[in-house]
Design a protein around this ligand. Structure first.
Ligand SMILES: Nc1ncnc2c1ncn2[C@@H]1O[C@H](COP(=O)(O)OP(=O)(O)OP(=O)(O)O)[C@@H](O)[C@H]1O
Ligand SMILES: [Mg+2]
Length: 232
């Protein structure tokens, strides 16, 4: 059955009734839905499982990472995980619904401009989100306007697909599973080949909360300059 028919308004997926399409990414569609048992609005991210193997398995990996790391975080400034299920060849993540969508839309609707006061207000909340992620040992790594959502004028960080959990990483280091270690090394140094000895040499980096924070913070600086139209 085509996605169009599966996800039209009024269709039921488990206890969730589709309301409308609210966003899309490279391999996903995001729908607003209502939990008919509780009347709660939710957002449902749908990914066709047939795409999981695309890009050497990256699509499936991002989807799994997003689920796993969302479950680790409990913050008013990060989109909350609610449920997950698979049905009709799709894999679904049910999460908190953000009623103002992403802030890129808000920025575009506002002629690509936020006032300084607005920007400061947003940046403060984004930093709170990053701080809460840090407390849960999660690094976002993909902070951009499309992944920053807004609900009742409050920022919520979304899209944890590219995020990394340090707890999981340290566990892998102990087991010396080199695939993920390569991944971290590639992220740091832009290359996918390294040995366990090399990565352990860089252990100091991973221990450092400051280093993680820096990675997410440079994006915030970019956001601040962009939202104020200081550069395009
Ligand atoms: N919880 C939510 N509430 C409201 N809108 C949402 C929610 N989650 C996602 N969206 C909308 O759907 C869009 C795509 O979601 P998301 O970024 O999670 O998917 P993605 O596949 O990772 O996208 P991309 O590849 O473009 O980063 C968001 O930019 C936003 O507009
Ligand atoms: Mg995204």
């Amino acid at each position: 059955m085509k996605q169009k028919q599966l996800h039209i308004p009024g269709k039921r997926l488990k206890q969730y009734e589709i309301v409308q399409l609210i966003g899309s990414g490279g391999y996903c569609k995001v729908y607003q839905a209502v939990n008919i048992q509780t009347n709660e609005n939710v957002a449902i991210k749908a990914v066709a499982m047939s795409t999981f193997k695309n890009h050497g398995g990256l699509v499936g990996q991002l989807h799994d990472t997003e689920k796993q790391n969302m479950k680790l975080v409990n913050s008013n400034y990060v989109v909350r995980f609610i449920d997950e299920f698979q049905q009709n060849k799709y894999s679904y993540i049910v999460m908190e619904y953000c009623n103002q969508g992403d802030i890129e839309k808000l920025w575009l609707d506002n002629n690509k401009h936020f006032s300084e006061a607005q920007t400061i207000f947003y940046v403060k909340q984004i930093l709170r989100g990053i701080q809460d992620l840090q407390k849960c040992q999660v690094m976002h790594r993909d902070i951009k306007m499309k992944n920053i959502l807004m609900h009742n004028d409050q920022i919520k960080l979304g899209d944890l697909g590219f995020s990394k959990s340090k707890l999981k990483f340290m566990h892998l280091v102990q087991q010396q599973q080199s695939y993920d270690i390569d991944y971290w090394y590639a992220w740091l140094h832009g290359s996918r080949s390294c040995s366990i000895q090399t990565i352990l040499q860089y252990g100091g980096y991973f221990q450092s909360r400051l280093f993680d924070l820096f990675n997410d913070l440079w994006t915030i600086t970019f956001f601040r300059l962009k939202s104020l139209n200081l550069f395009v």
